[in-house]
Design a protein around this ligand. Structure first.
Ligand code: T3D
Length: 258
């Protein structure tokens, strides 16, 4: 059988492709658990500096595979705690930047997954739908946390209540993605962006991700304290010495070492 997650590494970039294209990569348990395991493996692999999550075929991820729900021997709560929640926690906690490369429709938990990346790159034909209310469910997998932080409470509620499709232009305007690329060159553009990110100082980016994530739920005082603590770890690292030396010598810094 075809693997549910395709794994490819090029130039420090590990690409994980959801691979159930006939169902727009709707997620079954095998896909969710394998994706989580692959993310952990990428985090532990020193050859990997950036992780990309994308979809095979014309969809990114259509959310929970609705063919898989009836007859399941888990409650909804148990299922979320077993599959989606560990996945989203793993992405947010990963020590390396995660790019969600949204090549097509992202619906339901697939929309949450699209929003969960540190960097969100969309193809021109990508779209996002908080589709849950169409089947009378509550947005999950982090959508209730990500979306109001991006668009505010009211726009988030409207998107969730009406389940309207957000296209790339509006997605960019609303801050649901950082960049939009043409469909024809999307995979190459994502790889080029990821390689650019991979050349940045990995330790400093790891600490930056940590600081930003903490700040999303902290006071200013707590954020200042956290910055002072993490700045020590950054300042003591060779990357900082290299950055300063390169600045003084008027050359480009070299942040990638074996
Ligand atoms: O623990 C729990 O289980 C709770 C967790 C919930 C998390 C969730 O994600 S709930 C939300 C589940 N997702 C949906 O309700 C989305 C359902 N899909 C759609 O609304 C539409 O397919 C899309 C808007 C995403 C895309 O529409 P379109 O017109 O581009 O494509 P399509 O023709 O509808 O779909 C193409 C194929 O994929 C089709 O199969 P077929 O007819 O060619 O054999 C369709 O059935 C299949 N597909 C799409 N989404 C799903 C799916 N099959 C199973 N599950 C899906 N979610």
């Amino acid at each position: 059988a075809e693997p549910v997650i395709l794994v490819e590494t090029r130039a420090g970039v590990r690409t994980l492709s959801l691979n159930r294209p006939d169902k727009l990569n709707a997620a079954n348990d095998a896909l969710l658990l394998t994706l989580t395991e692959e993310l952990k493996a990428a985090d532990a692999d020193p050859a990997v500096r950036v992780v990309v999550i994308t979809g095979s075929g014309r969809g990114f991820c259509a959310g929970q595979d609705l063919g898989d729900v009836s007859g399941r021997d888990m409650t909804f709560t148990e299922h979320l705690n077993h599959t989606y929640n560990p996945l989203i926690r793993t992405i947010r906690g990963l020590s390396k930047p995660v790019i969600t490369a949204v090549n097509g429709v992202a619906a339901g938990a697939g929309a949450s997954l699209a929003l969960s990346g540190d960097i969100r790159l969309w193809a021109r034909s990508a779209s996002l739908i908080e589709v849950f209310s169409n089947i009378a469910l509550v947005p999950d997998s982090g959508s209730t946390w990500f979306l109001p932080r991006l668009v505010g409470y009211h726009r988030a509620f409207e998107l969730m209540a009406l389940a309207e499709r957000v296209g790339a232009e509006e997605g960019l305007r609303l801050g649901l993605c950082e960049r939009v690329y043409p469909d024809e060159s999307f995979r190459q553009d994502v790889q080029a962006y990821a390689e650019r990110l991979a050349a940045r100082p990995a330790n400093a980016l790891r600490l930056t991700k940590q600081a930003l994530n903490a700040a999303l739920t902290s006071t200013l005082d707590q954020a200042l304290e956290k910055e002072a603590e993490l700045q020590q770890l950054a300042g003591d690292h060779w990357e900082h010495a290299e950055g300063v030396a390169a600045f003084k010598a008027r050359r480009a810094p070299e942040f990638v070492r074996e």
